[in-house]
Design a protein around this ligand. Structure first.
Ligand SMILES: [Zn+2]
Length: 337
């Protein structure tokens, strides 16, 4: 069976209201929160101020949450982060994760009627995407995404498309594989080591908006143990998340290796994401049956980044289309049919 893999980046969720990584801190700062709710955001901004003093003469983009998240990760690993006291490092890491959760919850505003959780239409792009996929054989498609948000998850649920996150090795062969390489707003890790997936019927509503991340963090898996979000910074040190996400990453490499068509949409291949470069290189190496690797992005600069990544063997199959997700959804399905 010919297989098609979609790789979806932040550009694909932008239309649904998700901030891009470069806009994230501004968005977090503009949220209307109580003093108590603002605690995590304040912690992160204080750390950024300290980092700015240290990094005034080095090339580190402290306005981008990817960079800040990556620096805090590295700081907890090497036990040093500007003049942030060492005993505050772990707390700072939790703060930045909670900042992401909170910002996504409040930015996406998935307004869903608690009496009928399927009444709301999915966000337009994903709506088209899922409505087209629903009549197709789920096993012929898989989706790899870098997005933490639940917009695509909801669209699949709306159309009754079963999904498998592949967090465990045992898989549901009837389901569409939705591989969230950087984690998901509804995935948590209990202190006991278990990865916990918050089911839809547990999501809470605040004035009829879904608050997925906040609900997750209020769950109890084992008594007296806390649940932390499973959100991986897009930068380098993914080793720390090895145990939770190993199966997701393995499956992503397997899907890439078996693909006849790979469509990469709204993913800009940032220099810092060496992980994806390796995953891609190992996943697609020497695949004779790959027919198309097409990249869709409104930013023309993305083309050259992918050209540098694509190996000699598959360069004839590469095509760059300078368009956003919303303009290309139907045409992609026409290409496959
Ligand atoms: Zn537990």
């Amino acid at each position: 069976m010919a297989k098609t893999v979609f790789v979806l980046g932040a550009g694909a969720s932008k239309e649904a209201g998700a901030p891009l990584m470069s806009e994230f801190l501004d968005r977090a700062n503009s949220l209307d929160l109580s003093k108590h709710e603002k605690e995590d955001i304040d912690n992160v901004f204080k750390a950024i101020q300290k980092l700015k003093v240290v990094h005034y003469n080095s090339y580190v983009d402290l306005d981008n949450i990817e960079t800040v998240f990556g620096l805090i990760e590295m700081g907890t690993l090497i036990n040093r982060l500007a003049d942030v006291p060492l005993n505050e490092l772990e707390g700072l890491k939790k703060s930045i994760q909670r900042l992401i959760v909170q910002t996504l919850d409040l930015s996406l505003k998935m307004k869903i009627d608690p009496e009928n959780t399927l009444r709301q239409l999915p966000a337009p792009c994903y709506h088209k995407f899922a409505s087209t996929l629903k009549d197709k054989n789920a096993q012929a498609f898989s989706v790899i995404t870098f997005n933490y948000d639940m917009v695509i998850d909801y669209a699949f649920r709306y159309y009754g498309i079963p999904i498998d996150y592949c967090l465990e090795e045992v898989q549901n062969n009837q389901a569409l594989k939705l591989l969230k390489l950087h984690g998901s707003l509804n995935w948590g890790k209990c202190e006991c080591g278990t990865t916990y997936v918050l089911p839809w019927d547990k999501f809470k509503y605040t004035s009829s908006f879904l608050t997925i991340g906040a609900t997750l963090l209020s769950q109890i898996h084992c008594e007296n143990k806390t649940i932390e979000p499973v959100l991986v910074p897009p930068t380098w040190n993914k080793g720390a998340y090895h145990s939770e996400l190993r199966n997701v990453w393995r499956q992503a490499a397997k899907e890439l290796s078996e693909a006849e068509n790979i469509f990469i949409i709204g993913y800009s291949l940032p220099e810092s994401d060496i992980f994806f470069k390796y995953l891609f290189a190992l996943g697609t190496v020497g695949k004779a049956f790959l027919k198309k690797i097409w990249v869709y992005n409104p930013d023309p600069a993305v083309e050259n980044r992918f050209k540098a990544l694509i190996g000699k063997g598959i360069e004839k199959k590469f095509k760059f289309i300078q368009k956003p997700f919303s303009e290309v959804i139907y045409s992609i399905f026409n290409i496959i049919d």
